[in-house]
Write a new protein. Structure first.
Length: 511
């Protein structure tokens, strides 16, 4: 293992980490993380709840009836910059010089240029350009496309290349007072429908990067009074940044410590799995989780509202059953029917006992521990080829469980694992509702339910050299691996992510 110098140790402690943590991270680099073992794809009735129309309506009504009894919060991971969203435009700006390339060599840039007036940011872009001596129309006529793209990306114009995705104009509403909505605004609008408390309070928590926090807070302070007046609600908006203490050390390809140009140890953010710390700090009975870029135009929001209430209703119904079983187990002296009901419940929840567990422990005590855990209900959509993970049955140490698995967790050299992963019928759109309190109303410590074996290692670039980076188990992957997990199929209309600029030209984002 790397020998840490006194200076290294001082830097580690200053960064908020312990020497033991860093030594553990270094060992992970050396040993690697085990691959996830998928044992079966999920289907309706086998991992995904088989719900009739009547059961769907009952769950929705159950949520609407009981919503007022709970504290509710919407948790929006939004710390990413929009850089990746504009990757193709950055490439175009760097390479296109009108000599060696034509616009057709950059299809995403071409699509952007040819459809400029369909973007919600068009009027602002045109205003920025027209305020100079040359109009947007003139730049287009002269085929000066790089200047137009630079007005989108840099501080001479919209500066979208450096802004967080939260502050990108997504949708147009010509008939409304606010004719343009930014990504973050759509979360204000939709939260009113399913996350409003009995006192008309709406709680939303945004995780941000430190560099963008001031800009986001200033924007929120501008729009908050408008939406409070529009919907007759009070928004309680809170923020957090990914804790530096969740960063991980970086190594060189030979597993030696990596240093920057100033001779400082390189620490890197450890991925969205670090947000389990932020989620753990949040207090609420029901917590909805949805990414900043997965928002639809108003014309599709009815689907979002219906199925958000559905998964929340399933959560509350499940909690009612689980809490009842836990109270019976706590009291003891169960009758035969109680035992049958609890066994049936654990089967419904995808929970089973291994033969070894049955032989070596008190069955009722084991069942208590198995179901006394945080609960999450995850909406899943039909797989339409979007990049990302999906729901699977996973096996570890003889125990099957329902998990969300990313491609980086799979041994793609294993033909069976590769086929199972890529033949999955379902996709994870990051559409979750979480129950983070136990049957006594106490908050679980969510850090106790992380599977630390489910991190992964990737190669990154720093100061022109390759370094090895380590990511913690993802927020909805390994960070929630030991939660009770239920999957519910939701329609594709509820999944409208914006991963690249041309996604905004899709019908679901056009008015």
């Amino acid at each position: 293992m790397n020998q840490l110098s006194k200076i290294d140790i001082e830097q580690i402690i200053e960064h908020g980490l312990s020497v033991d943590e860093v030594e553990g991270q270094i060992m992970n680099f050396i040993k690697g993380f085990p691959f996830v073992q998928i044992c079966q794809n999920v289907t309706i009735g086998n991992g995904i709840l088989d719900l009739s129309e009547k059961e769907i309506e009952q769950a929705i009504q159950f949520y609407e009836k009981n919503q007022s009894k709970h504290s509710i919060l919407k948790f929006v991971p939004s710390s990413g910059a929009a850089t990746r969203m504009f990757k193709d435009l950055f490439e175009f700006s760097a390479l296109y010089i009108g000599l060696d390339y034509t616009l057709k060599d950059f299809p995403k840039a071409q699509k952007t240029i040819e459809n400029l007036n369909k973007f919600a940011f068009y009027d602002e872009l045109k205003s920025k350009i027209d305020s100079t001596s040359i109009s947007l129309e003139q730049f287009l006529e002269d085929k000066n496309y790089t200047t137009i793209i630079n007005y989108i990306l840099t501080e001479i114009g919209l500066n979208y290349g450096k802004l967080p995705k939260a502050l990108i104009a997504f949708h147009q509403y010509p008939s409304l007072k606010r004719k343009i909505r930014y990504a973050i605004e759509e979360h204000f609008v939709e939260a009113v429908e399913y996350a409003k408390e009995s006192n008309s309070n709406v709680n939303i928590h945004f995780t941000l990067s430190e560099e963008h926090q001031t800009e986001v807070e200033e924007f929120v302070n501008q729009i908050k009074p408008y939406y409070e007046n529009l919907f007759s609600v009070t928004y309680t908006i809170t923020y957090s940044i990914q804790k530096p203490s969740t960063d991980t050390i970086a190594l060189n390809p030979d597993n030696s410590l990596a240093y920057d140009k100033e001779g400082q140890l390189i620490f890197r953010p450890s991925g969205h799995g670090a947000l389990i710390e932020n989620l753990n700090d949040i207090k609420g009975d029901i917590i909805f989780i949805k990414n900043i870029d997965n928002v639809a135009h108003d014309k599709l929001k009815s689907h979002t509202y219906k199925y958000k209430k559905l998964i929340a209703g399933i959560l509350l119904q499940t909690q009612e059953e689980v809490f009842s079983a836990l109270r019976k187990l706590e009291k003891g002296n169960l009758n035969a029917q109680d035992v049958v009901d609890i066994i049936t419940l654990t089967t419904k929840l995808g929970i089973s006992l291994t033969e070894k567990e049955k032989e070596n422990g008190d069955i009722m005590d084991l069942l208590f521990k198995k179901i006394n855990r945080p609960i999450r209900v995850c909406g899943v959509v039909k797989n339409v080829g979007e990049p990302g993970g999906g729901p699977f049955w996973v096996e570890k140490q003889g125990q099957r469980s329902l998990q969300i698995v990313e491609s980086a967790q799979i041994d793609i050299l294993d033909e069976t694992q590769r086929d199972l992963f890529y033949n999955s019928q379902y996709f994870n759109p990051v559409d979750l509702v979480c129950g983070v309190k136990n049957y006594k109303g106490e908050n679980f410590d969510l850090r106790n339910y992380v599977d630390k074996d489910l991190g992964f290692i990737s190669n990154k670039s720093k100061d022109g050299k390759i370094i090895k980076a380590q990511e913690l188990p993802g927020l909805w992957n390994g960070a929630m691996a030991n939660w009770i997990t239920l999957f519910v199929e939701v329609p594709i209309e509820t999944f409208t992510p914006v991963k690249e600029i041309t996604d905004l030209l899709r019908d679901q984002h056009q008015g």
